[in-house]
Design a protein around this ligand. Structure first.
Ligand SMILES: [Ca+2]
Length: 468
């Protein structure tokens, strides 16, 4: 029998959909508590600057799995399905002898060529999936399962782990807490008192570009009746109705998160009872962040902090010393990090950097690109940018905005620059201010260099200067 330190780690990644870090108490939430997610953070690492490289469901999942940027893996938007034959960290683990499973929200396309590959077992929701009595697709076809999605996904995952032997990699991917935020009926008594309003709820976008101002993601105006489940009471003013909608939205969102937290606890308890907890790299994360009324918005997409930041906590008691990590890491880095932890070589195509050895990890900045440009529901225009520890530069290229029927009009390219030390809430775009001209120029060069390094192309409206 090999000594404990030679035991290969199990990999368990619990990934939720649209769970903002600021709705996790380990990250200082003022709206809820998440004791079981906090437990992983307390026993392991909490990453305070983990960023999505494209803040949207399908693209983030593809980057996590393949260790590549959207322009390389091809999943740039919600309607660009994955070529599932690409090398992934899971295919590498499987080749190295791991049992592998994908359970829950896949959301990178369905059908031949897009269904999960290199998993011994896969059992997934169709597209966005349902909260109640969801449909699941596996190798034998489609079936409906009675119950609540978050519970069922956990049940299926734990049943699969329990049925086998040897090291395993289980991806437990929840639908929750994604729109339309349908919580378990048993939680009707929770969050009936108002939760605090974020300080930026009344952001008037005074210094932002028109690109940000025209997004159709406002709590006050763009939540649907399906989201709210009931119409606002009659006779409310615009501001009163906005507050009512915020509370109505948050009540269901946080109840969905409570169910996630309970199910995270079930996984932790199961691993402990099985004697696996100390030898498991257990990750809890969300595919991106989310605006929880911040800047008056819900949803994600923008490169602003609440959307860009991914919660990420991970424990592996046998080999990871608990702590807080402030270095900037991205979802593109995870594949190589997991593989290094497992002692399995990464595929040369992977573009991130393993942060397994944090003593040597440092990075100047991260590149971001949101590609979805014609979504007539959210109207968040495509953009790319660069974030350093102190600054964030964003370029909205506004190409093709005159899409027939969507009423966007045509807009010129626009830039934003935020000083995250002076203005952590990102309320003041300083791009045009003279005192920021020098840093503005430096950041553009750094952005272009990083864009070139990862193999992406600048938009034709702003060619990369020769030598940059
Ligand atoms: Ca998502």
């Amino acid at each position: 029998m090999s000594p404990p330190e030679a035991r290969r780690p199990n990999i368990v990644m619990i990934l939720t959909d649209d769970h903002a870090a600021h709705a996790i108490s380990a990250y200082g939430s003022v709206v809820n508590t998440t004791p079981r997610i906090d437990e992983i953070a307390r026993l392991g690492l909490r990453f305070d600057n983990c960023f999505a490289t494209n803040s949207l469901c399908s693209p983030s999942r593809a980057s996590i799995l393949t260790g590549t940027y959207s322009h390389v893996n091809g999943v740039t938007t919600l309607v660009t399905p994955i070529d599932a034959s690409q090398p992934t960290f899971v295919s590498a683990l499987k080749a190295a002898g791991y049992r592998t499973a994908m359970i829950g929200k896949w959301h990178m396309g369905d059908g031949p060529g897009h269904n999960p590959e290199d998993f011994d077992y896969w059992d997934v929701l169709i597209e966005q999936g349902e909260y109640l009595d969801p449909n699941f697709l596996d190798k034998s076809g489609l079936r409906q399962v009675t119950g609540y999605a978050t519970d069922i996904i956990t049940d299926l995952a734990l049943t699969w782990i329990a049925a086998g032997e040897g090291p395993y990699c289980a991806l437990i991917y929840h639908k929750a807490p994604h729109r339309p935020w349908i919580p378990p009926a048993a939680f009707d008594d929770r969050y009936n008192d108002p939760v605090p309003l974020p300080p930026t709820f009344g952001d008037d976008y005074a210094t932002r570009t028109s690109s940000a101002r025209r997004a159709a993601m406002r709590i006050a105006e763009h939540l649907t009746l399906e989201d709210l489940k009931e119409p606002p009471p009659d006779g409310l003013s615009y501001d009163e109705e906005a507050l009512w909608k915020y509370q109505r939205f948050m009540r269901d969102y946080l109840r969905c998160v409570d169910s996630v937290d309970d199910n995270v606890g079930r996984v932790v308890d199961f691993l402990r009872e099985r004697g696996d907890f100390d030898d498991t790299l257990l990750m809890y994360a969300s595919d991106q962040g989310f605006f929880l009324g911040d800047h008056g918005w819900f949803d994600k997409r923008f490169m602003y902090e609440e959307s860009l930041r991914m919660p990420l906590v991970m424990s592996y008691p046998r080999r990871v010393v608990p702590g807080v990590v402030t270095e900037m890491v991205t979802n593109v880095d995870w594949a190589q990090t997991i593989l290094e932890a497992a002692g399995v070589p990464a595929h040369p195509r992977m573009q991130g950097r393993s942060f397994w050895d944090l003593t040597t990890f440092e990075r100047d900045g991260v590149y971001y690109r949101y590609w979805e440009h014609d979504d007539v529901f959210h109207k968040a225009p495509a953009h790319y940018g660069y974030r350093t520890a102190r600054y964030k530069l964003i370029y909205f290229y506004n190409d093709g905005m005159g899409i027939p029927g969507c009423g966007w009009g045509t807009y010129p390219p626009e830039w934003e620059l935020y000083d995250l030390v002076a203005d952590p809430a990102e309320l003041r775009n300083v791009y045009e201010l003279p005192e920021y001209r020098a840093i503005r120029a430096e950041l553009k060069v750094a952005m272009w260099r990083e864009q070139a390094r990862v193999g992406d192309q600048p938009h034709p409206s702003q060619p990369r200067p020769v030598g940059a």
